[in-house]
Ligand binder design. Sequence first.
Ligand code: G4P
Length: 527
Amino acid sequence: MALIDQIRRRRTFAIISHPDAGKTTLTEKLLLFGGAIHVAGAVKSNKIKKGATSDFMEIERQRGISVATSVMGFEYRDVKINILDTPGHEDFAEDTYRTLTAVDSVIIVIDGAKGVETQTRKLMNVCRMRRTPVMVFINKLDRPCKDPFDLLDEVERELQIKVRPLAFPISSGETFRGVYNIYEQNLSLFTSDQRQTADASTVEIDDLSSELLDEYIGGKFAAKLRDDVELVEGVYDAFDREAYLAGEVAPVFFGSAVNNFGVRELLECFIRIAPWPRKSTTQTREVDPSEEKMTGFVFKIHANMDPNHRDRIAFMKICSGRFERNRNYLHVRSGKQLKFSSPTAFMAEKKSIIDEAFPGDIVGLHDTGTFKIGDTFTEGEKLKFTGIPSFSPELFRYIENADPMKFKQLAKGVDQLMDEGVAQLFTSSLNGRRIIGTVGALQFEVIQYRLEHEYGAKCRWEPISIYKACWIESDDQAELADFKRRKHTNMAVDKHGRDVFLADTSYSLALAQENFKNIRFHFTSEF
Ligand code: G4P
């Protein structure tokens, strides 16, 4: 098959949601449609159960599962679908942010009773920043839900994106009758069927005024549906695929993942409208997926669970060309030629060695500690993909060595964990002490545990009061120098030696922004 055809038949996306909205369930149903798995329950939830923050076995279990489910590939109607898994626990949000840099689109799952929740809002901010096309699946219609129009308004308001319903529910909870598919102009009648490959009974209704509708769902619901659909057509612009691809409008579907209801409609529409791999940006130029030469970047690194084998898997997204096993590629950062004898691909639960891969695919590379997040591979060109930012951490602690004999081990451990993107390291300009910044409290426990078990090092945490870390830069060197001098006690450098301002409070940050007009304060490290 020609490269262009391979590209066009690929859809690489992530499902994101607030924990418990139904991401795992939806993923599983999609895999069942693709025949990638045959039994329900095969996709294990990788979320750390509530209250398990000090259960380290749970952390290890989660890491194990998330390697297995990091990428789930399957074929559906000749389309190669790659679902990239994202961690369920919000303390691992940074992992999710980075995974979002490797997808071409996103499906957002929302619990119809709860509406838009915090985590969804945060993740949507990342999608908006990258203009990632998003589709919304409003789940759990078999439970009493909020009014569909209220939900649509809430999505528009909270996620700051225009919506366009392509399906519309008929009631919810006990009286849930089904979904009218505006896109396909048919009606799916709700049957609570948890069998895996079950399909809802679908009836073609191309004319909503047909009396058949009354027969299927009863006069009262039929009248309401006619009004609702009329309102939808009146209020929302016609669906515009270009606007969806530009990240400006989100098509919305309704259903019940656990009942496998509305999932097929979502998938059918998804393979038709979701984008195939798009151009990627580098520091020097845009890379088109159809370019002959292979390029790709590492967006995630996963350590082995077994402490005796400290090897890792680096996940590379192919951006252009054809990736081949046993062929030399330039590891741009080190300048070395490397070849991979056992690159892996992921089909549902199975990991297998592959001979080739195409744009949109994710390849697992064996790594003995040489790779970092953001590393680029090419056939010789010195490219560096951009758009893989570090986000401003929200929690901070000093890290201290608790075992003087193990200084080297600690340094190596911290270094490698930072390369994996577990947290970020800053060095205080005031006293040279090292500060670890994370997005979740659990990360501190993970770091301490892993340092001990994988590197034989011990660390101790000490409190530090910081509100936010932001990267600063300015064209006005004199003002920058003045700022750094005055804020000496709050200055640090990140791993790459870039200036970071550690604001104590939101007030001090606002004041600094007010007083130093020529300084730019960045909340992600890529600018
Ligand atoms: P997550 O990955 O987004 O965190 O959510 P997950 O799929 O694990 O779903 C969270 C809970 O919601 C699960 O119940 C799941 O069965 C349930 N659920 C998912 N889709 C639907 C739906 O359409 N309707 C209803 N009523 N429930 C749904 P649980 O009790 O937490 O777990 P489990 O014991 O059922 O696995």
